[in-house]
Design a protein around this ligand. Structure first.
Ligand code: FES
Ligand code: FES
Length: 164
């Protein structure tokens, strides 16, 4: 066992973990952060994406011991004082999800994309999200949501009736 100390969604934790334990399993099983989900366990789908030290990572591709000393943000740490994060609000407004399984990772990755490039083109958004798979939406409304969150598309009404 190895002792690690991390800050997750603003709270501090110290735990003994097996050196082989994946960060995603630590978050879900030890801390109860089940908003971060596992889609593949082989670093293909992006469903497990969190922010580690301010950058997005696939948490099934990181050992918990590698996160020792780091600050981690999960989908559960985005809303503040009952207010959705602007990216969460944009996904909601744009109907950018169906089953929702990919959504936590997609939102965490989308925030990272805008942190790098606040006004990305549609192509840059698609490239930034290419490591996150969605089986439901066809990606169209996800891209629109990122455009809304970046202030490049108007909010709300123009998305009414959209279904994909
Ligand atoms: S569960 Fe981590 S990339 Fe799929
Ligand atoms: S909304 Fe179902 S996988 Fe993306």
């Amino acid at each position: 066992m190895t002792r690690i100390s991390v800050t997750v969604d603003g709270a501090s934790y110290s735990d003994d973990v097996e050196p082989r334990m994946l960060l995603v399993h630590y978050l879900r099983e030890r801390l109860g952060k089940t908003g971060t989900v596992v889609g593949c366990d082989t670093s293909n789908c992006g469903a497990c994406t969190v922010h580690l030290g301010g950058r997005s990572v696939k948490s099934c591709n990181v050992l918990a011991v590698q996160a020792d000393g780091a600050e981690i943000t999960t989908i559960e740490g985005l809303a503040q004082d009952g207010e959705l994060h602007p990216m969460q609000a944009a996904f909601h407004e744009c109907h950018a999800l169906q089953c929702g399984y990919c959504t936590p990772g997609m939102i965490m990755q989308a925030i990272d994309v805008l942190n790098d490039n606040p006004k990305p083109s549609e192509q840059e958004i698609r490239e930034g999200l290419e490591g996150n798979l969605c089986r439901c939406t066809g990606y169209h409304n996800i891209v629109r949501a990122v455009q809304v969150a970046s202030g490049q598309e108007p909010k709300a009404a123009s998305f009414e009736g959209s279904s994909s």
